[in-house]
Design a protein around this ligand. Structure first.
Ligand code: NAD
Length: 480
């Protein structure tokens, strides 16, 4: 697959960028034409409610195409950095972004359409070929993506490698030129080792434990609704789900009451779907039971729903003791634990005391204060009065820090793993030799010393002497 992709990639990279942008528009159309098939696969494989599938996975495809087909073309354009005319006279440089070749794209099951497409669009625009290894839990979504790509690009440029972790590992070591991985911390580590062995760049988008900070002046209605959406969208199976709320005591009671009421209004099948895998359900049950045993109050949910399938009720916990696994480990389920804090400082310290650092949010009516608090948080994205939605904004970098990995998808920064910079320099000078070429005479050494003195912080007298020395040494050098 990698070899076939490489050959198709060479043809594709040779197309000019306008042509590649045009093809990207056709790829978008081919995907949107398959919207119903994608939504059906998302429902079958993940159990997502229909509205969520359209809005989180299908409609953002249009934004991707618009951004990469427009601004993306400019981001990939070569640029000409100025070279110093004294140090490098007569030399002109251009720096181009060159496609890496074949990208291994390894994806998780939680957003099986949106996540791979976020990388596929810029990779194809840049001139790369892609071998896409979807999650073994969501093969059908990948089939639809593969069919849309084949309609536009033929069968080889984008290939779908179905299978489990063994296929992913084989792909990383299979001669690809870079890896874009999204998934768990444990697998991310293995992939990083594989990429190190193959000496290829890798982007890692890993887990999260997003914090939300609610300040005393927050609008409780908007905050409660926003927190609930941020925690329960995709049944909480979201790397950027809110999994910890630090609320200032002045508004804690009001927030608890509102969350309790709103959680009870959530309708299964309409507002949330089932949990996608058995393994995830076991983690959710363990975290909620553990918190309950440790003394947490269950304000809403706290149990599976009495219906066939892996349904878990939207759960709001309060008074969760610090250090409880529900506050420290990734739950990846519909569970929202609340912790009361005295003030902003305590909230910021608690939010930052996590190995994860994907996204975070601050809820306040004072927007300046919100921005100030945002800058104190250790996360790749911080949103004031909203949460997590920037995953589908192609112009913004999506990245994390710490255990959340160091990959960047979306924005110009995503191009760093998908392309490599190539500098092409042309020397227009006709002189027979450069000053720094052989022979390395004493006069050349003297010139070097004078230049260092001139460009350093020496007193004026020493600099004047250096100018004299430089002129004398230069004359001797050119005579020789
Ligand atoms: P996972 O790590 O189990 O699997 C991810 C992918 O890696 C799958 O395609 C899997 O088959 C493959 N894989 C497994 N072993 C491999 C190996 N040894 N070498 C190469 N590939 C291998 O993750 P998951 O359960 O599918 O997804 C959930 C995780 O993904 C959560 O931790 C979540 O936070 C994270 N995630 C992160 C982001 C982000 O943007 N940071 C987005 C979505 C999900």
């Amino acid at each position: 697959m990698v070899e076939r992709a490489r050959r198709a990639g060479e043809v594709h990279a040779a197309r000019d960028i306008e042509e590649r942008a045009r093809l990207l528009g056709r790829f978008k159309d081919a995907l949107l034409a398959r919207g119903d098939a994608l939504v059906e696969a998302l429902s079958l494989e993940c159990g997502k409610p229909e509205a969520e599938s359209w809005l989180h996975e299908v409609v953002p495809i249009a934004d991707l195409a618009e951004f990469w087909g427009g601004e993306g073309v400019e981001l990939l354009a070569p640029h000409a950095p100025e070279l110093s005319s004294t140090s490098y006279p007569g030399k002109h440089a251009r720096v181009e972004r060159v496609a890496r070749g074949v990208i291994a794209l390894i994806s998780p099951w939680n957003f099986p359409v949106a996540i791979p497409l976020r990388t596929l669009f810029p990779a194809l625009l840049a001139g790369d070929a892609v071998v896409f290894k979807p999650s073994e839990y969501t093969p059908r979504c990948a089939v639809v993506i593969g069919e849309a790509a084949a309609e536009v690009y033929g069968p080889h440029l984008v290939q779908v490698a179905q299978g489990g972790g063994d296929v992913g590992a084989a792909l990383v070591g299979g001669g690809v030129d870079a890896v874009v991985f999204t998934g768990s911390v444990a697998t991310g580590r293995l992939v990083a080792h594989g990429a190190a062995d193959a000496l290829i760049p890798v982007g890692l988008e890993l887990g999260g434990k997003d914090a939300a900070i609610v300040l005393e002046d927050a609008d409780i209605e908007r905050t409660a609704r926003g927190l609930l959406w941020g925690a329960m969208a995709n049944a909480g199976q979201n790397c950027a789900a809110i999994e910890r709320v630090y609320v200032c005591s002045g508004v804690a009671l009001a927030l608890r009451q509102r969350l309790e009421a709103l959680a009870a209004e959530m309708v299964p099948g309409r507002d949330f779907g089932p949990v996608t895998t058995d393994a995830q359900l076991r983690i959710i049950e363990r975290h909620v039971q553990g918190a309950r045993d440790a003394g947490a109050a269950v304000l809403a949910g706290g149990a599976r729903l009495n219906r066939p399938g892996r349904w878990y009720a939207p759960t709001v916990l309060a008074d969760v003791p610090r250090g409880d696994p529900s506050l420290t480990e990734e739950t990846f389920g519909p569970v929202l634990p609340l912790v009361e804090v005295a003030d902003e400082d305590e909230a910021v310290a608690a939010a930052n005391a996590s190995p994860f650092g994907l996204t975070a949010s601050v809820w306040t009516r004072d927007l300046r204060r919100g921005e100030r608090v945002a800058r104190r948080l250790r996360a790749g994205t911080v949103v004031v009065n909203n949460h997590g939605f920037t995953g589908s904004v192609p112009s913004l970098p999506w990245s994390g820090t710490g255990a959340s990995g160091y990959g960047v998808t979306s924005s110009e920064y995503a191009l760093d793993v998908l392309t490599r910079p190539r500098a092409v320099v042309v020397d227009t000078r006709r002189a027979k030799a450069e000053m720094w070429w052989h022979p390395y005479t004493p006069a050349l050494a003297k010139m070097g010393r004078s230049l260092a003195t001139l460009r350093g912080g020496a007193p004026v007298g020493a600099k004047l002497a250096a100018v004299r020395d430089l002129v004398g040494a230069a004359r001797r050098r050119w005579k020789a």
